[in-house]
Write a protein that binds this ligand. Structure first.
Ligand SMILES: Cc1cc2nc3c(=O)[nH]c(=O)nc-3n(C[C@H](O)[C@H](O)[C@H](O)COP(=O)(O)OP(=O)(O)OC[C@H]3O[C@@H](n4cnc5c(N)ncnc54)[C@H](O)[C@@H]3O)c2cc1C
Length: 370
């Protein structure tokens, strides 16, 4: 079955896809968004919303407070040799992705986007000066412009390179901490370093906490290659995290996992009419907590250039010039942190270094679309 032509097809309805589609619909374009999920679901993500992410969410009329987002005020870096705490240099929140992504999809539909859920795109090909997209149910969609917003999933025939920091495996789990541990965590995001990886721990709405951790393949092997072995590994290697999780109740049957994450990937070029947004455009190491901001920013930038009549290549080059250096710095830092966690001790000796690192690895203020 063939679907009426659209001004733009957006494949993937996460942060980047919803942003492009909403911006285009607001400008009067017929945007069709194809999202494979049927309903709200969890995603592997630390769920830390940086200042830049909040900026773009407010452009999309997302009311974080009304959704129950938790305000975060400080960052705690937990090293073997002690803890360094600093106030966050910007307002930050946390909100579960199952809530946030649904709100964005709802907002897109309100803006006039033709949102097609339960639509699993299988093929994308260029033919007769147009892009053809087919889903698992053999429905066909056609447009001159396609926005590739499938996040960590690559469409067949469009693989991203492996990135410059590969081999990390991610786990995400929600917990209910004991009241004492929850109070001690307070309104901080904790970044806990251990040999072979790092973990982010922060409160989210509903009195829960999000534990998101990244471990190397070697570390996972040492842990018996399964989650059941990861917790004892952490117990042996991080007394801090062990204390936090002591008496905690896991709230998911099993953790969500992700592997083959191409950290450091920055899309270099583009075919005519094919716009890479979100994780399909750039993948920043998770410790920065800025991947969602980049997804939102790239979506807004892509829509901006599309509406100006620029080609996809112009947008892609602009994004690269804004983010390339920051992504490279963040990726190098992540490599060092994982390989030599002791090196992070330098932060203890230089007050303000955490904020400086944050400023060097985020989207520059001047690049944000107002
Ligand atoms: C371990 C980890 C921790 C992180 N922590 C943070 C953090 O704390 N803060 C932060 O800002 N960022 C964080 N990130 C990064 C952030 O999660 C991503 O950068 C962001 O989700 C990318 O958004 P996106 O729109 O590109 O993709 P997504 O949000 O993943 O959306 C992609 C959408 O495409 C859909 N899709 C995929 N394939 C198809 C298909 N074939 N057909 C139709 N639909 C499809 C999916 O269902 C999904 O809804 C983290 C990442 C990881 C791995």
């Amino acid at each position: 079955m063939s679907y009426p032509d659209a001004d733009a097809l957006v494949v993937g309805g996460g942060l980047a896809g919803c942003t492009v589609a909403t911006e285009l619909a607001r400008a009067g374009r017929r945007a069709v968004l194809l999202e494979r999920s049927k309903a709200a679901h969890h995603k592997v993500c630390g769920e830390f919303l940086s200042g830049e992410a909040i900026h773009y969410l407010s452009r999309l009329n997302v009311d974080l407070a009304a959704l129950g987002a938790v305000a975060l005020r400080s960052v705690r870096l937990v090293l073997r040799s002690g803890v360094v705490e600093e106030k966050l240099p910007f307002a930050a929140y946390s909100l579960t992705r199952s809530l946030l992504d649904e709100e964005l999809l709802r907002g897109a539909a309100v803006a006039g986007v033709d949102v097609q859920r339960n639509t699993n795109v299988e093929t994308l090909k260029a033919e007769n000066a147009a892009w053809w997209v087919s889903d698992r149910d053999d429905r066909t969609f056609r447009s001159k412009d396609v926005f590739l917003a499938t996040g960590k999933y690559d469409l067949r025939g469009f693989p991203r390179p492996a990135g410059t920091h590969r081999g990390l495996v991610a786990f995400k789990m929600y917990y209910r901490l004991t009241p004492q541990q929850h109070a001690e965590l307070g309104d901080a995001i904790e970044l806990i370093l251990f040999p072979g990886g790092y973990a982010g721990l922060q409160p989210v709405e509903g009195g829960r906490v999000n534990l998101c951790l990244l471990v190397t393949g070697g570390c996972l092997k040492a842990a018996g290659s399964k989650w059941a072995g990861v917790l004892p590994y952490l117990e042996r290697n991080s007394s801090y995290l062990t204390k936090r999780l002591n008496g905690a109740t896991p709230l998911l049957e099993s953790p969500l996992t992700a592997s083959r994450i191409p950290y450091g990937h920055m899309q270099a070029s583009s075919s005519e009419g094919l716009w890479h947004v979100g994780d399909q455009a750039a993948v920043i190491p998770s410790f920065c907590g800025d991947g969602m901001a980049i997804a939102l920013h790239s979506g807004a930038m892509a829509a901006h250039h599309f509406l100006k009549g620029d080609g996809a290549a112009v947008y892609q080059a602009r994004l690269r010039s804004q983010l390339g250096r920051r992504l490279a710095i963040a990726t190098r830092l992540s490599q060092v942190m994982v390989a030599w966690p002791g090196a992070a001790q330098v932060v203890k000796m230089a007050p303000g270094l955490l904020s400086f690192i944050a400023s060097m690895t985020r989207i520059p203020d001047t690049a944000l679309l107002r």
